[in-house]
Write a protein that binds this ligand. Structure first.
Ligand code: COM
Length: 520
């Protein structure tokens, strides 16, 4: 189907995408300027964040990109199965947390777990997700002028040739951005009906779970378990190691991690750490998860299991035709310019491995595009701000207190609540999103810590569990990583919009007149 210059409306795009997702439109959807022939400056194999943003930048720099995508829309897994539904569920988790905690108080009625349906929320997402999809297709065509083919599998033939929609396309550079999927560890029973991953949970759920086991200890495990429990559905997390250990050490601060994990436990999530799943059992449908851990062997009944067992890259479209070097987990290795080991072939997005975050995809795609167009550009994702959701938004950037001590020796911290007070002793931190907790359950308002190198006075780590600090952190991280960094004195001279979710500006002002900084 040729949609070039067709000027499809959002409603037309939505209908077309919905029909294609249902299998009613199977032909490729082509937005290509046929008059210019099949030769491009770069072909982006995969139309997620990396491909879409990379193509937009390449075109801005005067190049001709082609994006090839197997789904009938651009934007990738983010709006379809990953980030966007996750954010919907996290917002629900936050609201439900308050509804459970304050049940029978203020305007909250008795909490009815039957009214908080996981299936209903998944259905809501499924019924409306083509709205964002349509926007991506419309924007890419109408505002960005990107040429693309969606609803078509691409096969890479060699480092400059790709076949898609029954035709051959060539380019002087390829950008591989085919994403990743959940790695299945090979646990007996993991293929039983009722065992899902974050993608099949969206695609296939057709019943209301009543008892859930989440397998894994990373972000996905923590996020989905928090949501399930917040709906009132009893949830157990089984993790081989300590929960969220992959975020640290050196990344997630120990005190913040404890606040987060203790908070999950306090809300009723059963956490089994250092525990191995030996078998998932059931007759025609999952019925139990068998585990062995510090307490011995145990059988946990469940009618729903979520595999949150890490990711593996999607390489079938290009490997081994283009034999790029890969790491021990199969992810494609690149340098800071996103160049793979094969000349002229770049890679971007989730294909590069953790962290699997959308901004990393966008920036790695745009870095590849710039370099292809001769604009020298580097992107290192070793030091990035990061976040997850429980019933809180949990955000961090820079170093944990422990890692900062190892690196700089003399460290001061600004911490709320301060280390000498228990969370329930003070209603702080309290801000938008936690005001109601501040006056009812002060131990639930949140946690924050700013880590400062005492000698240079530079802020080297920021950590926040609460509501609404992501915006602040993305800008603070930029300031922290400028050549001169961000000092406590500069932080204290900013104008805070009281009461802002993190207390760093006000507290920095209370301390920044000190010649010898002390913690608070
Ligand atoms: C975001 C998808 S949901 S993209 O990064 O805008 O392509």
């Amino acid at each position: 189907m040729d949609v070039y210059r067709a000027g499809l409306s959002m409603a037309q795009w939505r209908r077309l995408i919905d029909d294609a997702c249902r299998g009613q439109v199977t032909e490729p959807i082509r937005h290509i300027d046929e008059a210019r022939g099949p030769r491009f400056d770069a072909i982006f194999v995969g139309g997620g964040s990396a491909g879409r943003f990379g193509a937009a930048v390449l075109r801005s720099l005067g190049g001709r990109p082609l994006v090839l995508e197997r789904w009938p829309f651009l934007g990738g897994s983010c709006p379809h199965q990953a980030c966007v539904p996750h954010h919907l569920f996290s917002e629900a988790a936050r609201e439900l947390d308050q509804a459970q905690a304050l049940a029978g108080r203020l305007w909250y009625g008795k909490f009815d777990p039957k009214a908080a349906s996981i299936l209903e929320l998944v259905d809501l997402f499924r019924s409306k997700r083509s709205g964002p999809h349509a926007h991506m297709n419309w924007q890419s065509a109408e505002q960005l002028g990107i040429e693309y083919i969606v609803n078509a599998e691409a096969t890479v033939i060699d480092a400059s040739t790709v076949r898609a929609a029954g035709r051959m396309f060539t380019a002087r550079a390829l950008v591989l951005c085919t994403g990743s999927r959940t790695a299945r560890p090979g646990i007996p029973g993991e293929d039983l009906p009722g065992v899902f991953d974050y993608a099949s949970f969206i695609e296939d759920l057709n019943y209301e779970p009543s008892k859930i086991v989440v397998i894994g200890g990373s972000k996905v495990a923590v996020e989905y378990a928090s949501f399930y429990q917040a709906t009132g559905t009893p949830t157990t997390v089984v993790s081989r190691g300590a929960l969220l250990a992959a975020g640290g050490p050196g990344r997630m601060d120990d005190d913040m991690r404890h606040f987060v994990v203790d908070g999950m436990r306090a809300r009723g999530v059963e956490l089994l750490e250092q525990t191995i799943v030996t078998r998932i059992s059931g007759d025609g449908h999952v019925a139990a998860v068998e585990v062995t851990g510090p307490g011995g062997a145990r059988r946990i009944e469940a009618d729903f299991v979520l595999m949150a067992t890490g990711e593996q890259p999607n390489v079938a479209a290009f490997f081994p035709a283009v034999p790029v070097a890969r790491d021990a987990d199969g992810f494609v290795t690149v340098d800071d310019r996103m160049r793979t080991s094969v000349p002229g072939v770049y890679a971007a997005g989730d294909l590069l491995g953790p962290p699997l975050e959308m901004f990393k995809s966008r920036r790695s795609g745009t870095t590849a595009a710039r370099n292809i167009m001769g604009v020298d550009s580097e992107f290192s994702y070793a030091d990035i701000p990061d976040f997850l959701h429980t019933t809180y938004e949990v955000t961090w950037a820079g170093l944990s207190e422990r890692a900062a001590r190892e690196k700089f020796g003399d460290i001061v911290t600004i911490q709320v609540p301060p280390p000498d007070l228990a969370p329930g002793d003070t209603p702080l931190p309290m801000a938008e999103g936690s005001m109601l907790y501040g006056f009812t359950m002060p131990e639930r308002t949140g946690f924050q810590k700013c880590v400062i190198d005492a000698r240079s006075r530079r802020v080297v780590g920021i950590h926040h569990a609460g509501y609404g600090a992501k915006d602040a952190f993305q800008y603070l991280h930029h300031l922290m990583t400028r050549p001169g960094g961000l000092t406590i004195d500069e932080l204290g001279d900013m104008n805070e919009l009281y009461v802002s979710p993190d207390y760093f500006i006000g507290y920095a002002r209370l301390r920044s007149s000190q010649a010898e900084l002390t913690s608070m």
